[in-house]
Ligand binder design. Structure first.
Ligand code: GLN
Length: 321
């Protein structure tokens, strides 16, 4: 079927989705990272960006929250830019674990692969792959420059979050050294973990995440800067990873319900990609049992429901001004 959407329809759907999701409560802030436990649980923002750069924003869309696991997406893209999608498949894998994001069991089950760059194990492994090897400052610059290119504006490190997370990341230290045991850490292990922890501690806004999502939806062309940020062949690969494991053990339920591949973070962010059509991001701190924002999920799935959008629908969607 052909679906033709106007800017007005997209604006109205986002506005309605925001209003309805505002009334949905439930969930709890992440408590295992002290900084996140103290964020105002009532913050809520919803942002949509189209490939032509048109943006629709509702609520707290300029508030900088911890990007957390949404950072796994840009760094997986960077690993693909530097090593090709086939190289990332070989070094890390592209399988859903069906288990929590920080699962050690998942590594033991598949001791020849960290599974996917979008769980903690694979993300730490991806940080270890980033060039130039052995140079923490240069690797950090590559990671943040890539995020800046994808968003069209720079993220900012939240020092307090970085300290909070570094002081409590014992499980991730165990993951790192277990992966080292399986030869899946491709640089210094402590440096790789530190880069991962730091990228999770970047502050980002829902407006920036919607721009990143729209860049992926536009096969690497940033709608704000018009720059081709990455090879178009990477877009379906990263969207596949997002679809298969973006919500961890709830990824199937999520895609089944919402129809849109999306990635969550324990800072409360959700970033969704509708290939060729739009990018969407929502933010609200309280999380469900898998670490996915309750209100952000409601906002994004309500938006796709109102417009009848879904990657599996087989519709050809065009957006006119
Ligand atoms: N920094 C967090 C961690 O490693 C990210 C987890 C998440 O957002 N799901 O536990």
């Amino acid at each position: 079927m052909d679906i033709r959407l106007t800017h007005q329809q997209i604006h109205d759907a986002a506005s309605q989705a925001f209003d309805r999701a505002s009334k949905i409560n439930g969930g709890k802030n992440a408590s295992y990272i002290p900084y996140l436990a103290n964020i105002d649980p009532l913050l809520f923002g919803l942002s949509v960006m189209l490939p032509d750069g048109t943006a629709f924003n509702f609520g707290d869309t300029t508030y900088r929250f911890g990007i957390e696991s949404v950072s796994k997406v840009p760094t997986a893209i960077l690993a693909m830019r530097q090593h090709t999608p086939a190289g990332v498949l070989d070094a890390i894998g592209a399988d859903a674990t069906g288990l929590p994001f920080n699962s050690i069991f998942a590594i033991l089950l598949e001791n020849d692969h960290p599974s996917t760059p979008l769980v903690n194990a694979g993300a730490i492994s991806a940080c270890s792959m980033i060039e130039p090897k052995g140079d923490s400052d240069a690797k950090w610059k590559a990671i943040t420059d890539n995020i800046t290119e994808l968003c069209g504006s720079a993220p900012q490190l939240i020092d307090e979050l970085y300290r909070s997370e570094s002081a409590t990341n014992f499980n991730n230290r165990a993951i790192t050294w277990l992966l080292k045991n399986y030869n899946r850490i491709y640089d210094d292990p402590d440096m790789s973990l530190d880069l991962y922890t730091r990228q999770c501690s970047l502050g980002i806004t829902s407006q920036q995440l919607a721009a990143m999502a729209a860049t992926i939806a536009s096969r690497g062309v940033n709608p704000v800067t018009h720059k081709q940020v990455f090879d178009p062949a990477i877009a379906p690969k990263i969207t596949t990873l997002i679809a298969t494991v973006g919500f961890y053990q709830h990824s199937g339920d999520w895609l089944y319900t919402s129809g849109i591949p999306a990635k969550s973070g324990v800072g409360g962010g959700v970033m969704g990609v509708m290939p060729g059509v739009l990018g969407i991001a929502a933010f609200a701190p309280p999380l469900d049992d898998a670490g996915n924002s309750v209100k952000a999920q409601a906002a994004v799935s309500e938006f796709t429901r109102i417009l009848g959008l879904g990657v599996m629908n087989g519709d050809r969607v065009t957006v006119a001004g």
